[in-house]
Design a protein around this ligand. Structure first.
Ligand code: FES
Length: 64
């Protein structure tokens, strides 16, 4: 699904960027330019980012 129409960025691209170390909106904007034009994709991008970070943290073994 396209998240950022201005730059043609999909949710999969955002998830890949998160896998490659972009863990903040600032880093995603630097990597993929999301939110850098009209800004309408910021909320949806943040949701994709947070869901992906949640999936990563749930997959990691817990350290007591
Ligand atoms: S839709 Fe992402 S900057 Fe416009």
């Amino acid at each position: 699904m396209y998240v950022c129409i201005c730059h043609g960025v999909t949710d999969s691209q955002i998830e890949d960027a998160v896998d490659n170390g972009a863990h903040t909106m600032k880093q995603l904007t630097h990597e993929l330019k999301i939110g850098s034009q009209c800004g309408k994709c910021c909320q949806c991008s943040k949701r994709v980012l947070n869901n992906k970070l949640m999936k990563i943290s749930e997959a990691e073994p817990r350290v007591a």
